[in-house]
Write a protein that binds this ligand. Sequence first.
Ligand code: UGA
Length: 419
Amino acid sequence: MAELGHEVIGIDVDPVRIESLQKGIAPFHEPGLDALLRENSSRLTFTRDMSAAADASVHFVAVGTPQSADGSVDMTYVNGAIEGIVPYLSKGDLVVGKSTVPVGSAERLSAHVTPTGALLMWNPEFLREGFAVEDTLSPDRLVYGIPEGTHGETATSILDDVYAGILAKDTPRLVMNFATAELVKVAANSFLATKISFINAMAEIADVTGANVTQLADAIGCDTRIGRRFLNAGIGFGGGCLPKDIRGFVARAEELGVGEALSFLKVVDDINMRRRARVLDVLTEELGSLAGNTIAVWGISFKPDSDDIRDSPALDIAESLARSGATVISADPEGWKPAQARVERAGLEAALSTTSDHRTAVTGADALVIATEWKVFQDENPTTIGELMSQRIVVDGRNCIDSRAWKAAGFRYRGMGRS
Ligand code: UGA
């Protein structure tokens, strides 16, 4: 928002996060974000004081909506943010919801906002971690969920002014009611999750038939109706969005009495979770047993160029290996930092250590699992790596390395749906 030319006040309850942002340092790893914070520092302030919202006329609510224990969406933070902001709203202000919420939330929250004379709209966010800056400044679409009637027109025109710099680039802008906008977000993530689980189901078939799932994806992806993107088979999807969004969507559909319509998403989730177990099975086949072996895992964060370890398949696999009696060393250029505290909380620090250096991790290891496709891992020289290891076994959990080169360096190569 500051890059688009606006004066911005960032409000959060976390003092550590605010302190970091005040110094111009993003509290998480996201390419390009620190530079933007520095370049726009004259238009940016950060505070824990909610009353600072009184100085603004447009209020974005972008707090997290984590998964509750029963799979439904935990709305505590969204409800708290709306409740916190209401005393500082003025007539004509606009509150813009960005958080991913169960369908029906905007209608409900609108009843809290409108008595102040302010308006509420819902404007879901589609950015990908690792590309957050690019996706925010050049999104492939803007979705506006608006109230009915003239209020909707007023809200649309205010948000058009906010996004003028983006709309000037001919970015498609789709205007719809609250429920549709809320559904667009979860439907998009459900579709992406389904696409990944579809190709992972094909990987299961490929593993028993000798087919190669990468070649299969390349071939079906040539059909523009299918498309090649998001057809990378491997250890499946993780992170703070796809897994919890499909579960939250199922929970909401069940509440609405249409759970059957989304029963396929439970299968999507099951296929996804089987991918993690598959790595342990392959390692057991190769090593005879997991207990007593030392296993290096390259990757901790749920995807490259991120330090986000929420529901990370890589970290989940490392923890399962440690629980199975293996000694595990996990390496990740960024994810190693947040991982340490989680490993300690899980009581696994004796069996699972973390490092930023992937070569340290493989030294003396009996097998290597590649669990997150960081470029630095893909560029690694297999001969050098082989010389550091006790046994040359590699499980390519992301089908991201050159299998021929690794085999030529003496490795037993096991891919996910390809050999
Ligand atoms: C996802 C969506 O892609 C964004 O559009 C959305 O805005 C965001 O969630 C959100 O709801 O906030 P993100 O979680 O950053 O973005 O990550 P993705 O790039 O979607 O990847 C998710 C997971 O799927 C990762 O673990 C990745 O490794 C995995 N994946 C992705 C595959 O296993 N195969 C693929 O072909 C693609």
